[in-house]
Design a binder for this molecule. Structure first.
Ligand SMILES: [Zn+2]
Length: 277
């Protein structure tokens, strides 16, 4: 039994995130947009696997008005109450492939024990729609509870601009990895249509969004792209937190990168950065 590459890679990704300590218990969710070529060979690709395939009995689950560019798309998505520590042992239970409609989705394959897709499905659909507007190669949305980013979001008065500049100022390559910065949304109840709408709004000009006091999500062209974004932001947040703890001073009272240093990096690597202006 061999899974298609995009299933093997989500199994690896979810386990790596759990090992990082970013997905305690049922925390975190991931979705992947299948390409037309992957949809064409979907049934043949899953035929020899343990993924249940649902034919004519597919029922529509209405959840939200789906943006036009996300209608009739196939999405691989993690289940509600999937445990990333254990997903690798039961991928066909904890993963499903859904096909979006105008108002929701139908389950096409997987979710063998009857689990639902993640309760953050609103956010995933709206996030894909927002990023596809910016980049036709966009494919993946990842949400988790990266520890240092969560701690950072618990500090007083953290904003998109302050957090972005803090993370850039302590690790030279941060600005190269996320030149569009990191957006910070104030705390909201998770799993709602509203948090999906607010997140999608920020995704018009960022690839990463922090949900204050909760976690982070990243969007990208591959699983590795999304993992790498969070890995870099979490590393920078860790350095910034340790720096303050060790020195007993605020970040900028240390020998951090200056705005001029950051502008020099941008010039050398030909990246444009709005938060420096
Ligand atoms: Zn969460």
């Amino acid at each position: 039994m061999t899974y298609p590459k995009y299933i093997n890679e989500i199994i690896e990704l979810t386990h790596d995130m759990w090992q990082k300590g970013w997905d305690e218990y049922n925390g975190g969710n991931v979705s992947y947009l299948l390409s037309n070529a992957e949809v064409e060979t979907l049934l043949a690709d899953l035929e020899e696997t343990d993924f249940e395939i649902y034919g004519d009995e597919k029922k529509e689950v209405k959840v939200l008005p789906v943006p036009e560019n996300m209608q009739n798309r196939h999405i691989l998505i993690t289940a509600s109450w999937s445990h990333f520590r254990n997903l690798k042992n039961q991928p066909a239970v904890d993963l499903g492939i859904i096909q979006t409609t105008a108002e929701g989705y139908q389950i096409v394959a997987g979710l063998n024990s009857g689990k639902r897709p993640t309760s953050e499905i609103f956010m995933h659909i709206l996030a894909h729609a927002a990023r596809l507007e910016q980049n036709p190669d966009h494919k993946v949305v990842v949400h988790n509870h990266a520890t240092n980013i969560v701690i950072y979001s618990l500090l007083n008065e953290v904003t998109s601009k302050s957090m972005t500049l803090d993370l850039w100022s302590v690790l030279t390559e941060s600005i190269v990895v996320f030149p569009d910065g990191i957006a910070v949304l104030p705390w909201e109840v998770p799993g709602t249509h509203q948090i999906g709408l607010d997140t999608a709004e920020e995704l018009k000009n960022h690839r990463m969004v922090v949900w204050a006091k909760h976690g982070v999500l990243s969007t990208g062209t591959s699983y590795q792209d999304c993992f790498g974004l969070i890995e870099t932001a979490d590393k920078a947040a860790h350095i910034a937190l340790e720096l303050q703890k060790i020195s007993g001073k605020s970040i900028y009272d240390n020998n951090t990168l200056s705005t001029d240093n950051l502008k020099e990096v941008c010039r050398a690597l030909k990246v444009d950065s709005k938060y420096l202006d």
